[in-house]
Design a protein around this ligand. Structure first.
Ligand code: KIV
Length: 335
């Protein structure tokens, strides 16, 4: 059985990343961006036609997940074309076992934070489990909220032919939709685990039908998750829209990675398709341990991390404090 990266049940519950905490401190969906320090990209803003053009020119599309302001900003400044506020938020940042429990409200908070961090990249918000299964009306309402309140520029929906009507309705109403077929983690209970999909003739044929159906419904791009490389190639050749692979081989028009997987910031065993570029978990863990040691050994804070005041005033305070506090001027020194 192939378990999807970041989904492994772990004896240690994943910690709540500091970066997600920052997003919770954001109070409103303002478009305010700190332009003074945000690297301005000379590349054009990513749009649906721009992505289509990349496919036509054979240029690979880069997509990555982000769930908060700092990681969105890093992804945007690194030149990623698409930022996916994936429902993998559930297991990578919120500590759930899989993607099923994450709520629309949790996804909306993350989408707002990502919107504040990204300028150039197109922001795609994942419709979480439970928002589109009951009826299309609810799904359209959720998608509109992602766009209107969250600043998303597209939504992603897991599923194939069965999503034809919903996709068409969203697209007819001006909301770009990204499809997602192959391994669809929201169906993990039905699939019985995170396994390679499309391994038989009939399964491959079904995936092609799904891809063509979604294309007809109007998706602007299609995620292909964990399918054999030859099938990824065939699907990419058969549809006119860009395909974005994750564990689907080299021939997809683009690739997507879960950011915590590539940074080495997860607590389970990684899937075969993950390439880890840095061991951020060890780096962060060592930094936190060092901080704890410094506090305990009184190495922190040092003089340069502390605030001074004139010695005479300090002495005056020392002498008078508790005698008549009204006589003591209350002054905060900047340094
Ligand atoms: O939620 C997610 O991160 C995803 C991708 C990895 C495609 O759906």
């Amino acid at each position: 059985m192939l378990l999807r990266s970041g989904f492994y049940p772990s004896p240690v519950r994943p910690v709540f990343p500091v970066v997600f905490f920052f997003s919770k401190l954001e109070t409103q969906n303002s478009k305010f961006k700190d332009m003074s320090s945000h690297t301005e990209s000379t590349s054009p803003k990513v749009t649906v036609p721009y992505l289509q053009d990349l496919k036509a020119r054979g240029q690979k599309i880069v997509m990555i997940t982000a769930y908060d302001y700092p990681t969105a900003r890093l992804a945007d400044e690194a030149g990623c074309d698409l930022i996916l506020v994936g429902d993998s938020l559930a297991n990578t940042a919120l500590g759930y076992e899989n993607t099923l429990p994450v709520t629309f409200d949790e996804m909306l908070i993350a989408t707002k934070a990502v919107n504040r961090g990204a300028h150039r990249a197109m922001i795609v918000a994942d419709l979480p489990f439970g928002t589109f299964q009951l009826n299309d009306e609810e799904a359209v309402r959720a998608a509109i909220r992602f766009v209107k309140e969250g600043g998303a520029e597209a939504v992603k929906i897991e599923g194939g032919r069965n999503r034809y009507a919903l996709v068409k309705q969203l697209v007819d109403n001006g909301i770009p939709v990204m499809g997602h077929i192959g391994l669809t983690p929201q169906s993990v209970l039905q699939m019985g685990g995170y396994k390679v999909q499309g391994k038989s003739l009939s399964a491959a044929r079904k995936l092609l039908d799904d891809a063509l159906s979604l294309e007809t419904a109007g998706v602007f791009a299609l995620v292909l998750e964990v399918i054999p490389t030859p099938l990824g190639k065939l699907l990419t050749e058969r549809v006119s829209i860009p395909t974005i692979g994750i564990g689907a081989g080299l021939h997809a028009d683009g690739q997507v990675m879960v950011m915590s997987d590539m940074l080495g910031l997860n607590f389970g065993k990684s899937a075969k398709f993950v390439r880890q570029y840095v061991d951020a978990k060890t780096i962060m863990s060592n930094a936190i341990k060092q901080y704890a040691e410094d506090v305990r050994n009184q190495n922190y804070p040092a003089a340069q991390e502390s605030y001074e005041m004139p010695a005479a005033l300090a002495e005056q305070i020392q002498r008078n404090i508790g005698v008549d506090e009204n006589e003591i001027p209350y002054v905060i020194y900047a340094d």
